[in-house]
Write a protein that binds this ligand. Structure first.
Ligand code: BG6
Length: 493
């Protein structure tokens, strides 16, 4: 079975940072897949830009190597790879230099004035403003142009505003797409379907019926050559303030009036504003921070975070767990336990909604056998939805119970390759689709940025040393949840 392909209009996509990790690991593979599925129009062009001078052919070779590394072999048909590479050209641009290469980019874009034009800034945020300025002053911004950026968009409200202002000098708000790739993930999209396309859950989706929510985003990889950036961000800014808070919002928000970007953002913003601020005195009770040491992972030795960083010391966390609370009628008293980290035992992301126990058991002596219902939305790997229910153990001999999942693996059910988030996100931008499905937060919503900035500040302010742990160790956040009499959901446990 193949997925339904929605055609897009002809476009030119310019990727700044074309020789970076994001371009090679995610963007080029995503574009290749869209090409492979026939979604990219014949005339569409992809132009890679970065500082290093090289020919089109040299960049095509590098892209080919990236596809070999990041696209599974059975999805790499040689003729499709070749036709994809033919679409790609390359322009060397050093936006900080005097002779930056803008005229060459203008030339590469010749003939495309009436098409959709998208600039993907897969570069450090301090280059956003300079690149936008260059695009503006060289008249490369047409009415159909869009610019795509990703976090980190500043470290504070002031720096986020400064960045937004520098982009805003050249692009109208409606042309700016600030994407969060977690919103492009299939299960994250499905969370909205599950909540708002079914009548089943909404009546019990509140503090009367839900005991607590857990969100885990565990990675087995380390910082993978990004230690310089990562040390300024840590797990809090790299994962919590963007991806995980988006997930919190989707779980916790009120039903929007319609599935439209503004309506969704309005509801998300209300959740962010209702988050209980974490103040200095609470930090030790509601957060745990860790940092990985050298050890073994996936059967081989791996360096510790400090070795990767090349320094003797750093207080940056590579793991963080937070007990978050949402102060409104729907969620009062329902903790959201969130945790994320690198070099954890396995790659696993999931949202677990734990319902309250039944109020009274009619089954004498069975109380200890009755576990609460649990809804698990698995983001990766093996995306799917699992609802744990109590059923009667089959057979005679009285009522004995078992906790059994109603299980839906997307791969099993739909028998199609689940598209990577970036495939959807890029195509949505080309289509001008700014709904939550492409994960855009616009600066008209800057209030949400400020609300989120308040999370990292106090937690990191003390610059306390995080707990050092070996790769593969269980996350050091047991106490955070156990002191509330709860346990983390562990697969197979
Ligand atoms: C990125 C972070 O936004 O998300 C990375 O900067 C992290 O540090 C990545 O590894 C995780 O994304 P995914 O899709 O692999 O879960």
């Amino acid at each position: 079975m193949t997925s339904r392909i929605i055609a897009v209009d002809p476009f030119d996509l310019v990727v700044f940072g074309a020789t970076g990790d994001l371009a090679y690991r995610k963007l080029m593979p995503a574009l290749y897949h869209r090409h492979r599925d026939g979604q990219i129009p014949e005339v569409a062009r992809i132009i890679g830009c970065s500082r290093r001078p090289m020919s089109d052919e040299a960049y095509q070779k590098l892209t080919e190597a990236a596809l070999e590394k990041f696209v599974p072999i059975d999805e790499r048909e040689p003729e499709l790879v070749a036709s994809f590479l033919k679409r790609i050209s390359y322009v060397a641009i050093d936006a900080t230099a005097e002779k930056a290469g803008w005229p060459e980019l203008a030339k590469a874009l010749e003939g495309g004035k009436d098409r959709i034009r998208a600039f993907y800034l897969a570069v450090a945020p301090d280059l956003f403003g300079i690149i936008c300025e260059g695009l503006g002053s060289h008249h490369l911004v047409t009415p159909k142009t869009r610019v795509i950026i990703e976090k980190p968009i500043g470290k504070s409200l002031a720096s986020a505003n400064a960045l937004n202002d520098s982009i805003g000098k050249v692009f109208k708000e409606s042309q700016i797409y600030r994407i969060d790739h977690y919103l492009g993930k299939e299960t994250v999209q499905n969370l909205m379907a599950l909540r708002f396309a079914n009548a089943l859950f909404e009546p019990i989706w509140n503090a009367n019926h839900i005991d607590h929510v857990q969100i885990t985003v565990a990675e087995s990889l380390g910082v993978e050559g990004r230690a310089g950036y990562y040390d300024t961000a840590g797990a809090l800014r790299d994962m919590v303030q963007n991806h995980i808070l988006q997930l919190v919002c989707l779980v916790a928000m009120e039903p929007p009036g319609r599935f439209d970007a503004d309506a969704l953002r309005d509801e998300k913003l209300k959740v962010l504003r209702a988050l209980k601020p974490i103040v200095d005195g609470d930090v030790d009770n509601v957060t745990v921070r860790g940092q990985y040491k050298a050890g073994a992972s996936a059967g081989g030795p791996v360096p510790g975070y400090l070795e990767e960083l090349g320094r003797d010391d750093s207080t940056t966390e590579t793991f963080v767990a937070v007990k978050a609370e949402i102060e409104n009628w729907r969620w009062a008293g329902v903790p959201f336990y969130i945790r994320t980290g690198k070099r954890l035992p396995s790659r696993l992301s999931e949202i677990v909604v734990n319902f309250k126990p039944i109020p009274h058991s009619i089954f004498e002596g069975a109380a200890g056998q009755l576990a609460s219902n649990q809804l698990i939305m698995r983001l990766q790997p093996d995306e799917g939805v699992r609802l744990w229910l109590m059923i009667k153990d089959p057979g005679p001999g009285g009522m004995r119970f078992r906790h059994v999942p109603l299980d839906m693996s997307f791969a099993e059910t739909f028998k199609i390759r689940s598209p990577e988030a970036y495939e959807r996100l890029i195509m949505d931008v080309i289509r001008g689709n700014a709904t939550c499905s492409c994960g855009v937060m616009r600066s008209r919503r800057r209030g949400s940025g400020s609300t989120r900035s308040s999370t990292a500040g106090p937690i990191r302010a003390k610059r306390r040393r995080p707990i050092r742990r070996e790769p593969g160790d269980r996350p050091p956040s047991i106490a955070l949840i156990e002191r509330d009499g709860r346990t983390w959901h562990e697969e197979g446990a």
